[in-house]
Design a protein around this ligand. Structure first.
Ligand code: GDD
Ligand code: MG
Length: 403
């Protein structure tokens, strides 16, 4: 793969925020290039290097009642050496969609000779492991793991730690193009290969996010992302004193991080998760608030934003979903961050009023439901309970047990 080098990096305390780097070539060829012909503005990342990172990476596919054909397409795009972890919150019962996902994954793993794990978000053993590790805020009134993408992602992070992976990447299950899934993972690996710190994160920016109306229109950014980026940048500018537009990926559902970083961050429920991850990094390591982990400061946290070649086409869920489920939680996360200044707060309220989400200036967005960082709970206990039962979550569990 050939991508642009990090041409510009902004600093926020010990956080290094790299400007967007574009993918120039998906496959950069085998031939070694003599130093004299090397272009310093462009990096060639060898396939072997990418494979090495993929080998150490878990790719998590959160899924809730997606069309099976889309789910099958997504898993087929994940490079072979990554460990696939599917966390499903799909319907069970008379129409058992989870069963269908499990069967599809088992068949895929059987023919592609690869391991994978699949677990339901409401699984009783997972619930027990979460409860006994002390991560009780993750449990809902029904005493099972709460609904939500973030909640599924945290479960997957804990599982990836049990499975001894070093990197974790997330890919939504409603993507129409397996080729774009493949490219996201290559970008994750490429980003990690450039990182100097063990605390790093790679966030994907789509070149286009097409909308189908009368014809196909290749939009650059999603509506929610555009708005969240604006307020995230405003928060950074207020804290550093320098206006910035560095953040282009505040809502990046497709993103990856080292598990060393993942276990230090605090999370926010549902779709606020990606925005909150960035805020947690700025709060913990930006140097404005007391440091979350003084040991991290030496190496710092590194954030890469990589723009893919493939467009991103996923299931359309309508304006209501965008506003109520996505924009409000994202902006609430920014609003309630300890780093958020008065002007940014006021502008967020105005934005929410203009979007018809809040009614009047006196109103405030709801406080996000927050989750402590995984390093604060008893991970050994979680590991102990899950390790004993890991085999039952293997995609090939039934095939193995009938042997
Ligand atoms: N495990 C699990 N549990 N997965 C879930 C849940 C849940 O409760 N709810 C949704 N998912 C899965 C969906 O099936 C899908 O694969 C993925 O999470 C994202 O959900 P979507 O409903 O497709 O989200 P979106 O397309 O509106 O938003 C996506 O893109 C945004 C950036 O544009 C998400 O990735 C957002 O998190 C992201 O900010
Ligand atoms: Mg989607």
């Amino acid at each position: 793969m050939r991508i642009e080098t990090q041409r510009y990096t902004e600093r926020f305390g010990s956080v290094r925020l790299n400007e967007v780097q574009k993918v120039l070539e998906l496959d950069s060829g085998k031939a070694e290039e003599p130093n004299s012909t090397k272009n310093i503005a462009v990096l060639k990342i060898e396939e072997e290097v990418i494979w090495d990172y993929e080998n150490k990476m878990a790719i998590v596919v959160p899924v809730k009642n997606e069309r099976l054909k889309l789910f099958e397409g997504v898993i087929s795009g994940v490079p072979h050496d990554c460990l696939l972890i599917v966390v499903s919150n799909s319907q069970r019962g008379r129409i058992d969609r989870f069963r269908m996902e499990k069967d599809a994954l088992a068949q895929y793993c059987h023919f592609t000779r690869r391991p994978a794990f699949i677990i339901h978000q409401k699984d009783p053993i997972l619930t027990k492991a979460v409860a006994e590790s002390g991560y009780t805020e993750l449990l809902g009134e029904d005493e099972l793991l709460s609904n939500g993408k973030c909640e599924g992602m945290i479960a997957a992070m804990l599982l990836a730690m049990v499975l001894k992976k070093s990197y974790i990447g997330f890919i939504d299950a409603d993507n129409y193009f397996p080729g774009s899934v493949w490219e996201y993972v290559k970008c994750y690996a490429a980003g990690f290969s450039l990182a100097k710190s063990p605390y790093s994160m790679v966030r994907i920016l789509w070149r286009y996010k097409p909308k189908v109306s009368a014809g196909m229109y290749f939009r650059k950014l999603g509506r929610v992302s555009e708005i969240t980026n604006k307020y995230m940048n405003s928060l950074i500018s207020a804290n550093t004193g320098f206006e910035t537009e560095i953040i282009r990926t505040a809502n990046a559902g497709e993103h990856a991080m080292t598990l060393s970083l993942a276990q230090l961050l605090t999370y926010a429920s549902g779709y606020a998760v990606e925005t909150r991850e960035l805020l947690s990094i700025f709060e913990g390591f930006g140097g404005v608030l007391p440091l979350a982990q003084p040991t991290v400061v030496k190496q710092g946290v590194e954030i890469f934003q990589i723009e893919t070649r493939n467009p991103h086409l996923h299931e359309e869920r309508g304006t209501k979903h965008l506003q109520a489920d996505m924009l409000l939680p994202s902006l609430s996360a920014v609003y309630w961050s300890q780093l958020c200044d008065g002007d940014t707060r006021e502008n967020i309220i105005d934005e929410l009023i203009s979007q018809g989400i809040l009614k009047q200036k006196k109103e405030e967005p709801p406080t996000p439901k927050m989750y402590r960082s995984p390093c604060e709970v008893n991970l050994e206990k979680f590991q102990e309970i899950m390790s004993e039962n890991l085999a039952s979550y293997s995609a090939l569990a039934e095939e193995n047990s009938s042997k």
